[in-house]
Design a protein around this ligand. Structure first.
Ligand SMILES: NC(=O)C1=CN([C@@H]2O[C@H](COP(=O)(O)OP(=O)(O)OC[C@H]3O[C@@H](n4cnc5c(N)ncnc54)[C@H](OP(=O)(O)O)[C@@H]3O)[C@@H](O)[C@H]2O)C=CC1
Ligand SMILES: O=C1OC[C@@H](O)[C@H](O)[C@H]1O
Length: 265
């Protein structure tokens, strides 16, 4: 990106902001483009030279960080998972709309050329009507590799597989069977079932499975669609991928064909 400078902030201390500037920003943009190390987020959002805020904190803090920026009329790009529940996300969207301020979740995989190509193939009816689909992002890293304070397993930081990884599985489901429909035809899914395995030490989910039923199928809406989102730490989306035949991480099954996407998604 040209003509952009990065004024950072630190939730913990001015010192860590200074270290960030020294180690990450100055080597990239040079000393001639100075970068202000702020000690608090409040100072950052009050700076009239700051054009946009990127929120990259643990999930537990997204709501408060985004609300602070939005109420100071700063556009926000927030890391996934945007919030820890729907009520928080709704409140942020309402705030952004009222103020006419840009607000977006940084769900990068939605913008991959692959994602765009898959959505187009469905819309062009290349696999017919989507009847069923599944999507999995599972890392095969046992949760015990993390200290119990780590954001991946710490419930106070909204840790767990669903918010960290499962949102990618859900993104694949929504972008293929929901966002491929025209806005006026989209109907939210019903959760028909779910299962969760708690991480033994912290109770955060180490494995989550969700069964969704979309009342309107894509692309023509002639039936319903079943969708299964899975995510797990202890097992992998494709253990045999390097040695044997690969297993698709995403299957979109239409009545005339199937699209398979190989992970990680
Ligand atoms: N899109 C993608 O591919 C990826 C997205 N992510 C997302 O980015 C976000 C951050 O993840 P990650 O960088 O691994 O997180 P970290 O645990 O590294 O935390 C990031 C920053 O948040 C602040 N922070 C950490 N812990 C706390 C706390 N307990 N209370 C308040 N602030 C805290 C710290 O800032 P400071 O030092 O200033 O105090 C820290 O540098 C998450 O939403 C995650 O899901 C993560 C990896 C990849
Ligand atoms: O978004 C992510 O992608 C990569 C993972 O390793 C990380 O935990 C997650 O936050």
């Amino acid at each position: 990106m040209t003509n952009a400078k990065t004024p950072p902030a630190s939730s913990s201390s001015k010192q860590s902001a200074e270290e960030y500037v020294e180690q990450c920003v100055t080597p990239m943009q040079g000393k001639e483009t100075p970068c202000t190390p702020y000690g608090t987020y409040e100072e950052l959002v009050k700076d009239p030279n700051v054009d946009v805020i990127y929120v990259g904190t643990p999930h537990s803090h997204h709501y408060q960080n985004c609300m602070l920026a939005l109420t100071n009329n700063k556009p926000v790009l927030c890391e996934k998972a945007i919030t820890v529940n729907a009520a928080q996300a709704t409140a942020l969207v309402k705030e952004a709309k009222q103020r006419k301020v840009f607000f977006m979740e940084a769900e990068w995989t939605r913008y991959f050329p692959l994602s765009i190509a898959v959505r187009q193939k469905i819309q062009q009816e290349q696999i017919g009507e989507v009847v069923r689909m599944s999507a999995d992002l599972s890392t095969g890293e046992a949760p015990e590799i993390y200290d119990t304070g780590h954001r991946n397993v710490n419930k106070d930081l909204a840790g767990g597989a669903l918010l960290d990884l499962g949102i990618y599985s859900l993104l694949w489901i929504f972008q293929t069977v929901y966002h491929t429909l025209p806005k006026n035809k989209r109907k939210p899914p019903q959760v028909r079932g779910s299962a969760m395995t708690p991480e033994p030490r912290t109770g955060a989910d180490e494995s989550t499975t969700i069964l969704l039923e979309f009342p309107v199928s894509s692309p023509t809406g002639s039936r319903n669609t079943h969708a299964i989102a899975t995510t797990a730490m202890r097992v992998h989306f494709d253990h045999a991928r390097e040695t044997e035949s690969a297993t698709p991480a995403v299957r979109v099954q239409g009545d005339k064909g199937e699209i398979q996407v190989f992970g990680p998604i």
